[in-house]
Ligand binder design. Structure first.
Ligand code: FES
Length: 646
């Protein structure tokens, strides 16, 4: 005769509750996040759940819809007016009668139009920093001379347990008219970032306001990506990207820092440029999502340290040289309008912490997304740009560093290198006997019989080789015997193939005869060797620090990581040996981490704590770096084996 046992999925949290307990209350008591805007009045429809029926022997539960109270008048009214999908119940309005397995769906589908546009992606448990709270405020009374705002606060305390609410000043002049317009029924947007924080009223709407949005954004040095999500369903409504307009001040990070050092207005010009681009992106996601800017009530941004500083209007000069001092490393929370991003007047912007002087908030966000600190396996994460940001660790310890790879992986310093854009060779195969290449070009329909690959002679519109293409072409040249372990292009093959061409005292490989001519020169091979040796040496240093000889998993982040074929990353020795099945592109992991912090404030605490625990390694100060670097110049490596390639 024990109380019914209730298990909530997907969190797996469980507990016993007396018969008659509303399901929403049970969820609250267990700390399971179930959305609610109307405060249990059965009008917002946000609290929907469903029952998994069956015998869950493992949990000792036989769950059935009959263990929920039957549909009552409030739920019936909601179903009649708004419609409830098959099997869905309003958790605020149903009571526990027996053992239950309750599904908390990640999408309480309210607005069919929004759902059609939703982007397919990972879903997270939510607990946003901004909550929408409907209240019915007592009307003024001559006998009780309490102000309108004070009665609103009293209602928020009574219905939502938000005590001692602070009020954003911009709302104070508007409170009276909003309360009257809503006939004393209003929805308050309450921002509360952490448990200990004072709740803050940031927006107020007449009547029931059953939607709220937020944006998550990754400011990369080349591209900026933004997502607009519903804070109430967790769905991404729209996404947009653009290239970073700061490129006109300098291609890579260091040239942007020098621009600031050389030009008195340089910092300001770059801050203005990036904020303008962000404002344009905000307009775009709002237009796509068919919402207004003022509907955005929260925002999260990440970026590498230099992007982070320029975005906040901080001079990045200190980051240009040792000791690479950040102006601020911990997470920053500001009013969005204070940093030139007007949305709703009350909207806040949260910026993740930076790990170190050149391991930024983007690496922190990627760490949060991929979770090396949550697992037993030793995971390596690399984000390759002009600087490679490297994180290695597991639940016991996480270490991080950056390595000066230079821009070769992005196609700069490579004779035929270019950005990943139409006309760029992105995939290539070289026949080891004939030394003839076949390749695939971005934005060009394949011509060959073999799907996706063209004979070099048939290709038109080829303009260069992008970063992932360069890794492949050098990997393939190595496999075909065109270059030695030391990276020397073998000139003796000129007798065998017209594609091996003398170029002064060295030799080049002709990938494509056209205009322009696409060659891989000895210098190109060297540039890639230097870049990959820097990356590998940084990784090895972190492996030394961890005391490990191999890694269990590798995540390749960022655009480069997305397009590179993991096999070639190993063939060239960019990363250490690993089971190929466990080397994965993790896409825009930084953007995913930003989205997690937008939808769940607990992730903000998680990454803040994790960043504090991460050991930061300064590669420039480590004597072994040079030794590892020299060994890593060879293909794939002078000292380390790659058993997984054999
Ligand atoms: Fe609004 Fe249940 S909480 S319908």
């Amino acid at each position: 005769d024990r109380d019914p046992l209730v298990l909530f999925m997907p969190s797996g949290k469980r507990g016993r509750f007396p018969v008659g307990t509303p399901v929403l209350d049970a969820a609250r008591q267990l700390g399971v996040y179930v959305e609610s805007v109307c405060g249990g009045r059965a009008t917002c429809g946000r609290c929907q759940v469903s029952v998994q029926e069956g015998n869950f022997a493992k949990h000792g539960i036989t769950s059935s819809n009959n263990h929920l109270s039957p549909v009552g008048p409030k739920e019936e009214r909601y179903d009649r007016v708004r419609g409830l999908a098959e099997g869905r119940r309003l958790s605020c309005s149903v009571q526990i009668l027996g053992d239950l397995v309750i599904d908390v769906p990640q999408d309480t589908v309210i607005n069919a139009q929004v759902v059609r546009k939703a982007v397919d992606e990972r879903v997270f448990e939510r607990n946003p920093a901004v909550r929408m709270c409907y209240v019915e405020v007592e009307e003024p009374d001559m006998e009780k001379p309490l102000g309108d705002l004070d009665r609103l606060k009293a209602a928020l305390a009574a219905d939502w347990h938000f005590e001692n609410v602070e009020v954003d000043f911009h709302l104070i002049p508007k409170v009276q008219s909003i309360l009257r317009k809503g006939e004393w029924k209003v929805t308050a947007a309450i921002h509360k970032d952490a448990d200990g924080d004072r709740p803050r009223l940031i927006a107020l709407y007449p009547g029931l306001k059953n939607e709220a949005y937020g944006i998550a954004c990754d400011i990369g040095s080349t591209t900026i990506a933004m997502h607009l999500s519903s804070l109430l369903s967790g769905r991404t409504i729209a996404s947009a990207g653009t290239s970073n307009p700061q490129i006109r001040f300098g291609e890579d990070l260091m040239s942007r820092v020098s621009y600031v050092m050389m030009n008195p207005d340089g910092r300001e010009a770059m801050t203005i440029a990036v904020r303008e681009a962000l404002n344009t992106l905000i307009d775009r996601v709002c237009a796509d999502g068919e919402i207004s800017r003022s509907d955005i009530l929260d925002s999260v941004f990440v970026g590498n340290p230099i992007m982070h500083h320029l975005f906040l209007g901080i001079d990045p000069t200190e980051l240009g040289g040792a000791p690479f001092a950040l102006a601020v490393s911990e997470a920053v929370q500001v009013r969005s309008s204070d940093i030139g991003l007007p949305m709703n007047e009350g909207t806040r912007t949260y910026i993740l912490p930076c790990i170190a002087g050149h391991v930024g908030a983007d690496a922190a966000a990627a760490t949060l997304s991929e979770g090396p600190h949550r697992q037993d396996e030793m995971m390596l994460m690399v984000d390759i740009g002009t600087n490679a940001e490297i994180v290695l660790g597991n639940a016991a310890r996480v270490v991080a560093a950056s390595s000066p790879t230079g821009p070769a992986f992005e196609g700069a310093e490579i004779s035929s290198g270019q950005r990943a854009a139409p006309g760029a060779i992105e995939r290539i195969r070289i026949d080891p006997v004939t030394l003839e290449p076949r390749f695939r070009v971005i934005g060009v329909e394949p011509w060959s019989d073999e799907p996706g690959f063209a004979e070099a002679s048939a290709a038109t519109g080829v303009t260069g080789i992008c970063g992932s293409g360069i890794i492949e072409v050098i990997g393939e040249m190595f496999l075909a015997g065109l270059i030695s372990e030391d990276g020397v292009v073998d000139g003796s093959l000129a007798e065998r193939s017209p594609r091996v061409l003398a170029d002064g005292r060295t030799f080049s490989y002709l990938v494509h005869e056209g205009s322009p001519r696409i060659l891989v020169t000895q210098n190109d091979v060297r540039a890639i060797q230097l870049a990959k040796a820097a990356l590998y040496a940084g990784v090895k240093l972190l492996m030394d620090k961890q005391g490990v000889e191999h890694v269990d998993r590798i995540g390749l982040a960022g655009a480069f990581g997305t397009f590179i074929d993991p096999k070639y990353a190993l063939i060239l020795g960019l990363v250490p040996d690993c089971d190929l099945a466990k080397v994965k592109a993790v896409g825009n992991a930084a953007g995913t981490g930003a989205r997690m912090c937008l939808l769940n404030r607990d992730y903000r605490r998680e990454i803040e704590e994790t960043v504090k625990r991460i050991d930061k390694i300064e590669t420039a100060l480590e004597p072994k770096f040079q030794e590892h670097f020299v060994a890593a110049m060879a293909l794939p490596n002078k000292v380390d084996g790659f058993p997984n390639l054999e």
